[in-house]
Design a protein around this ligand. Structure first.
Ligand code: IMP
Length: 186
């Protein structure tokens, strides 16, 4: 098994990465180093900023990830502000903003950065389209999972096991690409 350090405080993300990468020969090790999340226009910028911060303190290969939920009817809100919005208005606030809205399309985006000492970080992107449910459903997962139904499913991420969510999710797709890239890197 190859060790892969994942810089994150989010154990949900670690579970998802472990589930996806273990069969491919990677043992994911959580490192909760903490790094500032800049106010930026894109997830890519946030990830690159995070990498440069972590590289100064951690001299091994690592991954980190930034994700967000982009809601069509709200012109992409909360997007790069997903974390802040989750902890302020929360799921209830989002459902209220969408009250009476029929077209509830949204997309989750995930940007993984893979960094090796002395090399330019590699960015890998995954997307998952779906809709915002009418109400909260399910107790699994984290964040916006109870209000997001991915295309091709009839239930929210909150009603899915980690394995099931990974088959649809933005992070699952990004992780699959990451695993292919890592084979060549290490
Ligand atoms: P970050 O990548 O940890 O900054 O995530 C930004 C926000 O989006 C957080 O509030 C997460 O809860 C939310 N988020 C990211 N990925 C997911 C997901 O897969 N499901 C639900 N919420 C997510």
């Amino acid at each position: 098994m190859k060790e892969l350090f994942f810089i994150t405080s989010n154990t949900g993300k670690v579970q998802e990465a472990t589930e996806k990468l273990r069969p491919l020969g990677f043992s994911v090790v959580q490192k909760n180093l903490g790094y500032p999340e800049v106010q930026a226009d894109s997830l890519e910028e946030v990830a690159i900023w995070g990498v440069s911060h972590v590289q100064e303190r951690f001299r091994r290969a690592f991954i980190l990830e930034d994700a967000g939920l982009f809601i069509d009817d709200l012109q992409g809100f909360p997007g790069v502000y997903s974390k802040y919005v989750f902890f302020t208005i929360g799921l209830g606030g989002i459902l209220q903003l969408l009250e009476g809205v029929e077209k509830r399309g949204a997309v989750f985006r995930s940007v993984y950065a893979y960094s090796e000492p002395g090399k330019k970080p590699l960015l890998i992107i995954g997307e998952c389209k779906g809709i915002i449910s009418m109400r909260k459903q399910g107790t699994h997962g984290f964040g916006y999972d109870p209000i997001f139904i991915p295309d091709g499913a009839k239930k929210t991420f909150g009603d899915m096991s980690v394995e099931e969510k990974n088959q649809f999710s933005h992070r699952g797709k990004a992780l699959e690409k990451l695993a292919t890239v890592l084979k060549d890197f290490q």
